[in-house]
Design a protein around this ligand. Structure first.
Ligand code: IMP
Length: 199
């Protein structure tokens, strides 16, 4: 039987992505699947802090093995902002279009355009905590390109590629994205742990 993990997210898109990468090895359920309709707090000043806070919250609710992720867009010329504030960069309404416009406005006329997405996953397994990280390097475009994906995808072009994330097929984005990389780091860890469970 597959070991079960609760993924501390309310985002169906992330849940599908995690199942696509880890589903062959473990069963993944969401708090909603277990009947939880409350919020999952993320009030910390770092991605690591938020990922841990979300995982601990869900561990407290269900006492189950679980994991949570937190992502930030880090723009070098903006001192690595919006970072941990990526979802709320233009205000508490968490409006992705307004967030993207704010980045483009602040980057007007700026030639140094390097940026990266950084995703941190916190895992609680048998009561012990572990952190995993995934990074994709790239740059901020001068104007949006494409309407696929979500969040800052239209203005981020990963290094070594011609297209923004918003113009890529989801399969290619998942292969190179920050979250895909962090999930695969988690998968490698679970693969090693699985050998221990079975022995
Ligand atoms: P979260 O921690 O995954 O919810 O991400 C925080 C914010 O970062 C989101 O509200 C998005 O604006 C942005 N973000 C996270 N992942 C991506 C991505 O893959 N593409 C574009 N924006 C993203």
């Amino acid at each position: 039987m597959k070991r079960r993990f609760v993924f501390a997210t309310g985002n169906r898109h992330k849940l599908e992505e995690a199942r696509a990468i880890l589903g062959g090895r473990v069963e993944i359920v969401s708090p909603a699947d277990l009947g939880y309709a409350g919020d999952i707090p993320e009030e910390q000043e770092t991605l690591e802090g938020n990922a841990l806070q979300k995982a601990r919250h869900v561990h407290g609710l269900f006492g189950a093995d679980c994991f949570a992720d937190d992502t930030g867009l880090e723009v070098a010329a903006l001192g690595n902002a919006p970072g941990v504030r990526s979802a709320r960069y233009a205000g508490e309404s968490r409006d992705p279009l307004a967030n993207t416009r704010k980045v483009l406005r602040l980057m007007e006329g700026v030639t140094r355009r390097e940026a990266r997405f950084r995703c941190v996953i916190a895992l609680i397994l048998d009561g012990k905590e572990y952190l995993f990280e995934g990074i994709v390097e790239g740059e901020i475009l001068e104007r949006p390109a494409g309407d696929g994906g979500f969040g800052y995808d239209p203005v981020f072009r990963p290094r070594g590629h011609e297209e923004s994330f918003a113009l890529m097929p989801a399969s290619l984005k998942n292969e190179i994205s920050h979250r895909g990389r962090a999930l695969r780091a988690l998968e490698r860890f679970l693969c090693r742990e699985e050998e221990r469970w079975r022995s």
